[in-house]
Design a protein around this ligand. Structure first.
Ligand code: PMP
Length: 370
């Protein structure tokens, strides 16, 4: 008797883990592999969470989230999208929770999900986990979005377009024109557009644009992990068409139940904490890397999040990263099988100290000149 479900064979464990395991063995590595802010949870957010804990606010919350937090979002969304009369909202267990519920609520076996390649590590396994078919659309070499390619990939089985800007792993920020085109395409073809906006705060060279501005039926997923360094507290937000939100909420009852209460009190406080200094700091780190590397590496267009996705100057990305780790204890993540169907680029995270970034640049220059 085989104990395991067939779905467990449809995807592999993340290649990111392999780099983390290697890194754990190194003394004093240069760690540019981390996908979370390197700053602490802001003190007022910590205080709100301590207060919640001290006052025994450790129970379940309503499935849709703490009333105060959900009300904040209802008001906020009314102001942001006054013409969207069908936008409903609830609190998810991280943005990952929102993504899981989205796919559970919309994708049947054999349904197709379109996303751009490179993509966030979770998208492909998540689609496959529930019997869906991933349809990656290449955006190499500059990660710009060719809407015609997305349009050409649509079939009668297309259920979702998963859109992510600012993007993990490329740091690419879609232009207003690109966002508008994707939003209108989904609307015209009557396909649910899912916008993963977890990095919306980190857009360095232009204003962040949501496809919801152009397509009121966009399902938006947001979160507090990257904005307030709350990755372990598991709080996210999903808002979009009531019909979809109601089904996601029903599924949350029988899966995640709710987001952790202490984290939700932290999230409520987080809205009053200005984060512009942290954003400016990451912009400065981005500039340091672009200045240090652009003569030696193709960097794409890193304008947001805290990542860039350079092309390996020789070999496959996996070979290059192996050498970076062996010779310089430099931890970065190869794209192949993790973020992409092709193994040509690697992800570099600048959610790191200036000292690590300086050491990283030095090592990368030596590796390029090999
Ligand atoms: N979407 C993207 C693009 C991400 O990079 C991440 C985290 N790395 C998530 C969603 C999930 O974030 P969380 O579940 O911590 O909110």
């Amino acid at each position: 008797m085989n104990w395991l479900a067939k779905r467990t064979t449809t995807f592999e464990s993340s290649g990111i883990r392999k780099v983390f395991d290697l890194g754990a063995k190194l003394k004093n590595p240069i760690n540019l592999s981390i996908g979370q802010p390197h700053f602490s949870v802001p003190q007022p957010v910590k205080d709100a969470m301590i207060d919640a804990l001290e006052n025994d606010k450790s129970s379940y919350t309503p499935t849709q989230g703490l009333a105060a937090l959900r009300e904040f979002w209802i008001d906020n969304l009314k102001k942001k999208y006054p013409s969207h009369d069908d936008r409903n909202v609830f609190i998810t267990s991280g943005t990952s929770g929102g993504l899981v519920l989205t796919v559970l609520a919309t994708v049947d076996a054999g349904d197709e999900v379109i996303f751009t390649d490179p993509y966030f590590v979770m998208y492909d396994p998540l689609v496959k986990m529930f019997g869906g078919v991933s349809v990656p659309i290449s955006t190499y070499p500059d990660f710009r979005i060719d809407v015609q390619k997305i349009s050409d990939a649509i079939t009668p089985r297309t259920k979702l377009i998963l859109f992510n800007s600012p993007a993990n792993p490329t740091g690419y920020v879609a232009s207003r024109k690109e966002v508008e085109a994707v939003a209108k395409l989904a609307q015209e073809r009557n396909i649910l557009l899912v916008s993963d906006e977890i990095y919306s705060m980190y857009s360095y060279d232009s204003e962040f644009v949501s496809p919801a501005e152009y397509n009121p039926a966009t399902l938006v997923l947001e979160g507090y992990s990257k904005t307030h360094a709350m990755t372990g507290w598991r709080v996210g937000v999903a808002h979009g068409p009531s019909e979809v939100i109601e089904q996601m909420l029903k599924l949350q009852q029988y899966t995640f139940v709710c987001a952790p209460q202490v984290g939700q009190w932290g999230a409520l406080e987080a809205h009053d904490v200005p984060m512009d200094k942290s954003v400016a700091d990451y912009k400065r780190k981005r500039d340091m890397l672009v200045e240090g590397l652009s003569n030696y590496y193709e960097l794409g267009n890193p304008s947001g999040a805290f990542y860039m996705y350079p092309k390996a100057p020789w070999g496959t990305a996996t070979e290059f990263v192996q050498k970076a780790i062996e010779d310089y204890s430099l931890l970065v993540i190869p794209g192949g099988g993790v973020f992409s169907t092709q193994d040509t680029h690697f992800r570099l995270s600048y959610a790191a100290s200036d000292a690590s970034i300086h050491r990283g640049i030095e090592a990368l220059l030596k590796l390029a000149k090999r």
